[in-house]
Ligand binder design. Sequence first.
Ligand SMILES: *Cc1c(COP(=O)(O)O)cnc(C)c1O
Length: 430
Amino acid sequence: MANDPYDFATRAIHAGAAPDPTTGARSTPIYQTTAYVFDDVDHAASLFNLQTFGYIYSRLTNPTVTVLEERLASLEGGRAAVCAASGHAAQLLAFFSLMEPGDEFLASRNLYGGSITQFAHAFKKFGWICHFVDPADPQNFKAALTPKTKAIFCEALANPGGSVVDLEPIAAIANAARIPLMVDNTLATPFLCRPFEWGADIVLHSTTKFLAGHGNAMGGAVIESGRFDWLSTNGRFPSMTEPDPAYHGLKFAETFGDFGYSMKTRAVGLRDLGPTMAPLNAFLTITGIETLHLRMARHVANAQAVAEYLAAHPAVAWVSYAGLKTSPYHALAKKYLPQGPGAVFTFGVKGGFDAGVRIVEGVELFSHLANVGDTRSLIIHPASTTHRQLTQAQQIAAGAGPDTIRLSVGLEGSDDLIRDLDRALARASG
Ligand SMILES: *Cc1c(COP(=O)(O)O)cnc(C)c1O
């Protein structure tokens, strides 16, 4: 699909889908089935041996989920994709295909809070060690490499502060070390940023956010570029190059070539760990993606209007939105996100913690909840919610100090959003 001649908007609507061959149904049906009838015993055997592509059992593949996988691979300009039950499930699967106990990886320290917890604590139980790196200087990644480093992970556009990572030099560092660069592209979506064009090898998504886009379906995806050369890494990735005992000695990189990583992630990761995307959630996400290009343009326009309003407000101490010319990430955003730096950002209120609490309690149109990427505008005060267990120093390091408020700007009329914030700010500072 990388050379697909169709425009992004056309692929957002059509990639991976065709009228249902049996009924002519034009919208992708929800294949609400667990299993699929085999033609005969030989057909079943070849499916189980991964010699024929087809459907066996919905933990591994499901026709509705397949449409979404093909659409995501097309939009990112990748070779193949595997969907999962959530963004976190996708991250687990992505690393499961790369890591052995005792292996290490590097991650930007500017990440979604849930990813920091997953990497620092849950992954430790698999024997996988994550070292967090300040991404402000890409050379920090190079300095932190060890012989056990198996990947570099970052968010193109980072949650919660909307900071932008300099992907190109980080990709060059990963490439020189012969390890994959993994980019969580959740907040940007492929409409705003395509990490494969900057040298990334694996792209991850929480499809829960802007891709599904309506706050109604959990999901995740792992997408591979097809360009990483597993066979020339001197056995650094045994799970890709060594015979797999659970598949009669099959070597995934050798057998499947440029989609071997996706095959491994599905045939072993999904099969043995089991975090499968539900067909209904795939259907809702496919439907969401059909308007992704329209929604993201409006999300960005609304975010820019709200950020400019806040930056000029006397009760606002600072605004961290890369669309503002004063942002230290403005130049990087112009390079990597030319159509706009998304719609999730933070700002600080004068008056600290108490003023922050009064604002989230004072808004009416913004919903006070822990999510991003909805049609509806969302607001949260991290210090009193998602980051409340941390010390104040840890909160500040995470970009979630006592005065910080995070917005996910939705698709409503921007004047209405600004009026809502204006009233809440007046009440909070009054
Ligand atoms: C939400 C989110 C995740 C986790 O995804 P879930 O679908 O909630 O499991 C990962 N990365 C980023 C940037 C997110 O915003």
